[in-house]
Ligand binder design. Structure first.
Ligand SMILES: [Zn+2]
Length: 118
C-alpha cells in the first residue's frame, strides 16, 4: 500500500471516520489520506483525535489496514490500564471514542501538529 497524500483538513461535508466508524461533522478538523493498493485508489478520512491516537499512542497497535474493533479494544485497554481510577466506567462511557482519544492524548502530553488548514 502506497500513501499518495496525507493531510489535515477542515471538512466541508460529513464523512465517516476510518477508525471509530462514527460520523465526522461538516466543519470538523479531520485527517484525509489517499492510498493506492494494487491499482485501487482509496480515500480515507478520520477524526483528528482518532488519527492522532492511532499514530502517536504506543499502546495502540493498528495494522496497515484499520480495524475498528481493534481500535475500540485499544481505547478500552488504555482506559483500564491508565484511567480507571480517574473516570468511573459510567463517566468514561459518556465520551465518544474521539473524545476518549483526546483525553488519552492529553494524558500522554501529545500536542497536535501545526499543519491545520482552515
Ligand atoms: Zn473517529
Amino acid at each position: 500500500m502506497n500513501v499518495l497524500s496525507n493531510k489535515q483538513v477542515k471538512t466541508r461535508k460529513p464523512h465517516c471516520c476510518a477508525y471509530c466508524g462514527r460520523k465526522i461533522e461538516a466543519g470538523a478538523i479531520a485527517r484525509v489520506w489517499v492510498c493506492e493498493d494494487g491499482g485501487d485508489i482509496q480515500r480515507n478520512c478520520a477524526h483528528f483525535f482518532c488519527d492522532m491516537a492511532a499514530t502517536f499512542i504506543k499502546e495502540f497497535e493498528q495494522d496497515e489496514y484499520i480495524d475498528s474493533n481493534i481500535f475500540y479494544d485499544d481505547i478500552h485497554e488504555y482506559y483500564t490500564d491508565n484511567l480507571a481510577d480517574v473516570f468511573t466506567p459510567e463517566e468514561w462511557a459518556k465520551y465518544t471514542p474521539e473524545e476518549q482519544c483526546g483525553i488519552i492524548l492529553g494524558c500522554e502530553n501529545v500536542s497536535p501538529q501545526s499543519d491545520i488548514l482552515i
